[in-house]
Ligand binder design. Structure first.
Ligand code: ADP
Ligand code: MG
Length: 394
């Protein structure tokens, strides 16, 4: 789960990482009053709260010299679309006089199998450009989880990048706090960009990005409470409400894969990808596949307009395949399933009865044996689709 900037800064506050609090505005009406009640010193910065970086370059970070100007900006920026995300909240903070913009982050690095510290004294909005043209100004150091943030890591970061050593102690203290937060909150990424140096020579987090591992949310009530104001995928929410796990995979994909267990989902996706086809979304049904649950899961899948083929792969010793087949038929009878196709692979009790139910339904459902055969069936369907739209050979 990706937090909004003001939420990230709330966590920074808990750990004593300097960050401005400011005021969050969610409607143009009350904006002027809220800003004046916050007693901010002008000029201020009005910042779109969307879970995406690069807001500055997309017009999502603007400056205002007076309360009237700030209120006017709020009116303009609420509802603004920033690379596909709608701005529903704004953070208004005082504009800081800054002398430098640094970059600091800790991420979970699968390659080194440890937290990775990334630091650069050339941060800010052009950090990607720095990475391309000035790579020696960015340092990456794994942090041994058994030893924590040791002195040599900070020394190395300064030596390697040539950063001004007078800020060494401040940076070390900040990295230690950020590292504690990284662990306590089961994060995959904590990022401060820019980590600014203000006109008093103090480090301050002017932006904050925090990505929490979804699997830890049940342990983190304060993070779960943030959820209401986040923009989540509608199908992810819909699925979660009925205890399914919906995973968007590739935006351009046209296949939806459903299974009872994430291991088998991944195997299915791998085999489909090997055939150069693309999966749009996956859905983990969990246990207990009743006809109604299967039908509901297919309905959720088909509410993604891109999906034209749904693959249901059920492997269960005691799962009743006739229930699965009934559910599949129920779903495919619905108007929203018109023109769509379903591939069904079932293993379990009443498998033969299930095949009969499908065969007598007259619906566009193909029953297949095993995953490789199912993928073959999906591939043939895909080829037919391509040839009928005249794109074969692409
Ligand atoms: P994003 O990373 O999404 O573009 P930032 O919060 O990093 O958004 O803001 C972009 C730039 O705006 C920063 O690099 C900084 O130069 C400037 N900025 C942001 N907040 C402030 C602030 N409170 N005071 C002064 N400048 C700011
Ligand atoms: Mg930033």
């Amino acid at each position: 789960m990706k937090l909004l900037e003001y939420q990230a800064k709330e966590l920074f506050g808990k750990y004593g990482i300097p960050a401005q609090k400011g005021v969050v505005v969610d409607s143009a009406n009350g904006a002027a009053q809220k800003i004046s009640a916050a007693n901010l010193k002008f000029p201020v910065v009005v910042k779109a709260q969307v879970q995406i970086g690069g807001r500055g370059k997309a017009g999502g970070v603007r400056f205002a010299d007076t309360p009237d100007e700030a209120a006017k900006l709020c009116g303009e920026m609420l509802g603004m679309n920033i690379r596909g995300l709608v701005t529903k909240q704004l953070l208004v903070v005082e504009k800081k006089d800054i002398t430098r913009e640094w970059y600091l982050s800790i991420m979970l690095d699968r390659y080194s199998k440890s937290p990775l510290l990334i630091f650069s004294p050339v941060g800010g909005m052009d950090i990607e450009e720095t990475a391309r043209t000035n790579a020696d100004k960015i340092v990456k150091v794994p942090i041994d989880p058994l030893r924590g943030v040791e002195d040599y890591i900070i020394t190395y970061a300064f030596d390697k990048t040539g950063a001004d050593k007078q800020y060494r102690d401040q940076l070390k203290a900040m990295v230690e706090k950020l590292y504690r937060m990284f662990f306590d909150y089961y994060t995959m990424l904590v990022e401060i960009n820019p980590l600014a140096i203000d006109d008093q020579g103090s480090l301050i987090a002017l932006d904050g990005k925090v990505e929490v591992d979804d699997n830890a949310l049940s342990l983190l009530p304060d993070i779960t409470a943030f959820r209401g104001s986040l923009q989540e995928d509608p199908q992810v929410i819909e699925a979660r409400n009925v205890n399914f796990l919906f995973i968007p995979v590739e935006e351009e994909g046209t296949i939806g894969v459903m299974s009872n267990g994430s291991g088998m989902l991944m195997s299915c996706i791998d085999l489909i990808s090997q055939k150069k086809m693309s999966v749009h979304a996956a859905l983990d049904l969990g246990g207990g596949a009743t006809a109604e649950r299967i039908a509901e899961a297919v309905r959720i899948m088909l509410s993604r307009p891109k999906i034209d083929t749904v693959f249901i792969c059920i492997f269960g010793g005691i799962t009743r395949c006739d229930e699965v087949a009934k559910g599949a038929c129920l779903a495919m009878q619905k108007a929203e399933a018109a023109g769509k196709h379903l591939i069904l692979r079932m293993e379990g009790t009443n498998k033969e009865a299930a095949a009969k139910i499908v065969a007598s339904s007259g619906l566009p459902i193909t029953v297949a044996e095993g995953i490789p055969n199912s993928v073959e069936a999906i591939y043939r369907l895909n080829q037919q689709k391509l040839s009928s739209s005249g794109k074969q050979g692409a």
